[in-house]
Design a binder for this molecule. Structure first.
Ligand code: BG6
Length: 483
């Protein structure tokens, strides 16, 4: 198939488009009256249904504390057909007894072979309690003999290394690791998945993907929005727990990992965790040399934020990896809320030329090549390089070669949850966080979790973030990318 777009011609080899149909199953959604279900999960399910990707036998049961009729629930579910609603308290065994009865009826009606996914879109304090109650009700071994059960847990997985370990230990007593799906929705984004394909399905990038050729890497996830209505959760977490422990370090792992021997879930996750293990520890006494935290002005006045809160809404880190591939190459990571623009990208900046043969120009005057993975918006990949402007004079300028996802494929990439829900039904954990990766991330970030370690510097809403974040790069003779 050739795409009709200008500039990009895409030829897809159909034999490589592997599309598997999941086993029939039921999806039980705890926290079904909440925001995540309405904004992300039901749109993803409806999308999967429209594309014909759901299994033939499939149903959804929403569980929540609110009183709601099945008709109202179906409406909130965006008209999703086979959706049922069960009101109940998450800590009450009666809820699980009623659920077991309902699941057994629906299993027989929809032919779902006893298979069930339990999705926990509930507050983290319930992450051990709900599986414990499910186990007491006999639901973690499948709805009936021969069926499988999987549990999906949203982030944050713990608040620090100790609490994550405690949660793991508790869950390990109830479930096998292969039944547990820890979500990091960034891993479901098309452009994030494409990092692996780009790096390992092409041979020209790998030879230059190392300290000999790369000057530095910038990973930015910038948001225009503030905490919105989530201050209750956010004020107790802050940017390090909310974004660095998961999304930011996962992006780092994907861009810095070694090639796995195969696309097998555990081979991919082994290589990612090796990156996290190679992170040079943050120096607790000199944190300000490699980390900056910020808080947008007006944050303390947001509904639900504690007066005088020191919770950071912005973070910038300068990291290094102690391994042969990356030794000495800085990785700069930044993310924050209420900034001047929204945009997430990974920019790999290559070294400048060793010698300029254009007499009036020094090597540093020539723009170094930069490869950018645009994660959102305007999803795609860009490569900048120097070229001669037409005309008799020798004029050089930086050009950008651009692959734009929407232009090439004629549509915007689907929501991350679409891929992740499907993978969970398929039993494919590649894009989910493994236990060791969660622990490594918490362990690395521990010095930053101490609220006294670093004071969050105020920054103006709509700005580029705290001034110290600029100085973090200036100290190395570099600058953050501006667009
Ligand atoms: C979530 C964080 O995991 O990711 C939010 O809790 C953040 O604070 C969000 O806004 C960003 O996700 P996206 O997909 O909108 O970039």
């Amino acid at each position: 198939m050739n795409s009709p777009s200008r500039g990009v011609s895409l030829s897809i080899r159909e034999g490589l488009c592997i599309e598997q149909r999941p086993d029939p199953c039921g999806l039980v959604l705890f926290g079904a009256s909440g925001d995540l279900a309405e904004r992300k999960l039901f749109p993803a399910l409806n999308h999967l249904s429209e594309k014909g990707l759901l299994p033939k036998g499939f149903f959804v049961v929403g569980v929540a504390r609110s009183e709601m009729s099945e008709a109202v629930f179906r409406h909130r579910a965006g008209g999703f057909g086979a959706a049922h609603y069960l009101r109940g308290d998450y800590g009450d065994p009666a809820t699980y007894a009623a659920l077991a009865k309902l699941l057994s009826e629906l299993d027989a009606r929809h032919g779902t072979r006893g298979n069930a996914i339990f999705y926990l879109a509930v507050p983290p304090t319930l992450y051990a309690e709900v599986p414990r109650r499910l186990q007491e009700a006999g639901l973690l071994q499948g709805v009936r003999p021969g069926g499988w059960s999987r549990v999906v847990i949203e982030k944050p997985f713990g608040r620090d290394l100790d609490s994550a370990r405690a949660l793991d230990a508790e869950l390990a007593g109830l479930l096998r690791e292969d039944q547990l799906y820890r979500i990091d929705h960034y891993l479901g984004k098309e452009t994030v998945q494409n990092i692996l394909m780009f790096r390992f399905a092409n041979s020209i990038f790998e030879p230059v993907w190392n300290r000999d050729h790369v000057d530095h890497v910038q990973i930015s996830v910038l948001e225009e929005v503030g905490v919105e209505h989530r201050a209750g959760y956010y004020d107790g977490s802050g940017v390090v727990r909310d974004m660095f422990q998961n999304h930011m370090l996962q992006l780092l792992a994907l861009v810095a990992m070694d090639p796995p021997s195969s696309f097998d879930p555990d081979r991919v996750r082994d290589e990612k965790v090796r990156v996290l293990r190679a992170l040079k520890p943050l120096p607790p006494r000199e944190l300000s040399k490699c980390a900056v935290l910020g808080q947008y002005e007006g944050y303390r006045k947001e509904a639900g934020v504690a007066p005088g809160s020191g919770t950071p809404t912005y973070g910038a880190l300068r990291l290094e990896l102690d391994n042969w591939r990356w030794r000495g190459v800085p990785f700069y990571l930044r993310t924050g809320k209420r900034l001047s623009r929204r945009g997430a990208e990974i920019a790999v900046r290559f070294k400048s030329v060793p010698h300029s043969l254009f007499r009036t120009l020094a090597p540093a005057d020539l723009e170094s090549n930069t490869l950018v993975f645009r994660i959102q918006p305007d999803e795609g990949i860009e490569l900048t390089f120097e070229a001669k402007k037409p005309g008799p004079k020798l004029c050089l300028g930086a050009l950008t070669m651009k692959f734009d996802y929407a232009e090439a494929f004629g549509e915007r990439p689907p929501e991350a949850y679409h891929r992740l829900l499907l993978d969970c039904m398929l039993g494919d954990p590649t894009l989910f966080m493994r236990r060791d990766a969660v622990a490594e991330s918490w362990s690395f970030l521990s010095p930053l979790l101490d609220p006294k370690a670093l004071v969050a510097e105020a920054y103006a809403p709509g700005s580029a973030g705290p001034a110290r974040a600029e100085r973090l790069l200036e100290a190395d003779g570099r600058r953050w990318r501006t667009s």
